[in-house]
Design a protein around this ligand. Structure first.
Ligand SMILES: Cc1cc2nc3c(=O)[nH]c(=O)nc-3n(C[C@H](O)[C@H](O)[C@H](O)COP(=O)(O)OP(=O)(O)OC[C@H]3O[C@@H](n4cnc5c(N)ncnc54)[C@H](O)[C@@H]3O)c2cc1C
Length: 442
């Protein structure tokens, strides 16, 4: 273990809602350093959490009365082109991963939209991206994970090697082990993509088209948003992306466009079509981040909520919630993301999903005003009310959220996989020291 980064650096996260002071922050330049800490902390019952990109929303990465492990130094990334794999330290960011993979003309099949999270942090929640409707979670494309368990064992796991640990670690909310590195599968990267932004006034036609695109393979990436409409109300946008072999040129063949969007029911007058390099597309949120940092919004409270909904509920559930008074702030300071998904593409067992083949990931990504803790409390309470309502229509939480959860809530959340998680917890973190910020255990 080296150095002692400042404790105040880890008392807050991107959520800026929960802050808690650990006893100390331990910088981990190697798996051995993590092992040393966990071997000591377990028998003493000292809480330990990993900190990667600090994007948690509600203190999930904090370790009150214990230690936060700063994973930043575990950031080595190595691409092995002939194997089409890449190994990454848990503290590497997805930007680091993209840089190394694209350098060899390769890419992970699924990447989070925002590349600033850490490899370990995103794998611990699962990771959704624009191609999840076809390729599942970021975690579903992992070949092997290197971890240190709550008892200080330094182990490697994969579908064939300690499969129980592999299943417990991916999307496992850091409950059984801290990830120190991962081997990711890669695929050939396109050089360019064509991006379509298609606008809809009606949620019904929007969902009909999203359903069509989720089912077929014409686009490599599909996501969507609800956006405030000019005269009040909301409009909907599909963002769909297809690989595009030729470099950007003004005289692109119109046949492509006809084939890709000709049968869709969007407003043709407002459609936007752009050719981008694949790297530009992957880094599409970098500019937004710079802007939000410059305006100070990046450092304000973020009472986000993310839910997985059965697709057939979207046309009623989403417009109804957007019309609520409690959600008014989303019109001015936030983003409402609607990501189409197919249940058959999702594999990590610890990601519970609604019944049915077609799903939608709804993310309410809002920013609260600064210095108004009362407003933040109200928004967190609104998250709780919405979560409970979502459950009545078959919705499930995606645990990237500012949402208080009790151990009973978690038991209900994991449902049939809860006993498997309990067994893995007893085996790999019997002292219950890891990642307590989620509040899974009494
Ligand atoms: C602006 C923004 C955009 C986002 N976009 C997406 C997106 O497109 N797709 C998506 O799926 N998610 C997205 N997220 C959610 C984000 O990926 C998750 O919150 C992720 O867990 C963040 O990881 P981190 O390392 O950056 O954060 P941290 O706060 O450092 O960690 C988050 C959680 O993971 C745990 N953790 C961190 N490292 C490890 C490790 N090595 N081993 C075990 N547990 C660990 C922490 O203890 C904590 O509980 C976004 C979040 C933000 C703020």
């Amino acid at each position: 273990m080296t150095g002692t980064p400042d404790v105040k650096d880890v008392t807050v996260d991107f959520g800026h809602i929960i802050d808690s002071c650990p006893l100390g922050v331990v910088k981990a330049p190697s798996a051995a350093a993590v092992q040393e800490l966990l071997t000591f902390a377990g028998p003493h019952g000292l809480p330990v959490s990993a900190r990667g990109g600090g994007q948690a929303l509600y203190g999930q990465g904090q370790a009150h009365g214990g230690y936060v492990v700063d994973m930043a130094a575990l950031n080595e990334v190595r691409c092995i082109p002939h194997e089409r794999t890449l190994t990454a330290g848990a503290g590497a960011s997805w930007r680091d991963v993209v840089r190394a993979a694209l350098g060899e003309g390769l890419t992970p099949a699924v990447l989070p939209d925002h590349l600033g999270g850490s490899v370990g942090g995103v794998l611990s929640t699962g990771g959704f991206g624009g191609s999840s409707h076809r390729h599942g979670l970021v975690a579903d494309r992992v070949r092997e994970v290197e971890v240190v368990t709550g008892t200080g064992e330094h182990l490697t796991c994969s579908p064939d090697r300690r499969p129980d640990l592999f299943r417990a670690v991916l999307a496992g909310l850091g409950q059984c082990a801290l990830i120190v590195g991962a081997t990711l599968a890669l695929v050939p990267a396109p050089t360019h993509v064509r991006r379509y932004r298609l606008y809809y006034d009606s949620p019904d036609t929007y969902v009909t088209d999203q359903r069509r695109l989720a089912r077929d393979a014409r686009f490599s990436h599909v996501t969507g948003q609800a956006r405030p409409a000019l005269g009040g109300g909301w409009q909907y946008m599909i963002e769909a992306v297809a690989p595009h072999a030729a470099p950007p040129c003004p005289g692109r063949p119109p046949a492509d466009d006809e084939l890709l969007v000709g049968d869709l029911e969007h407003d043709r007058d407002t459609e936007e079509i752009a050719d981008l390099s694949y790297a530009e597309y992957l880094h599409r949120l970098d500019r937004d981040e710079r802007l939000l940092r410059a305006t100070g919004e990046w450092d304000r409270p973020h009472p986000w909520l993310t839910l997985l909904l059965p697709e057939q509920t979207v046309t009623s559930f989403v417009p109804a919630l957007l019309a609520e008074d409690a959600q008014r702030g989303l019109r001015t300071c936030g983003t409402v993301q609607l990501r189409p998904l197919t249940g058959r593409a999702l594999h990590a067992p610890l990601v519970p999903r609604p019944a049915g083949e077609l799903l939608c990931l709804l993310s309410l990504m809002r920013t609260a005003p600064p210095g108004r803790p009362g407003v933040v409390r109200q928004l967190v309470a609104a998250n709780r009310a919405l979560y409970q309502r979502a459950r009545t229509v078959g919705g499930v939480l995606h645990p990237v959220a500012a949402l208080p959860m009790t151990p009973d809530d978690w038991r209900a959340h994991f449902g049939p996989v809860w006993p498997e998680l309990v067994r893995a917890k007893d085996r790999y973190d019997p002292h219950h020291i890891l990642t307590r910020g989620y509040g899974l255990w009494a």
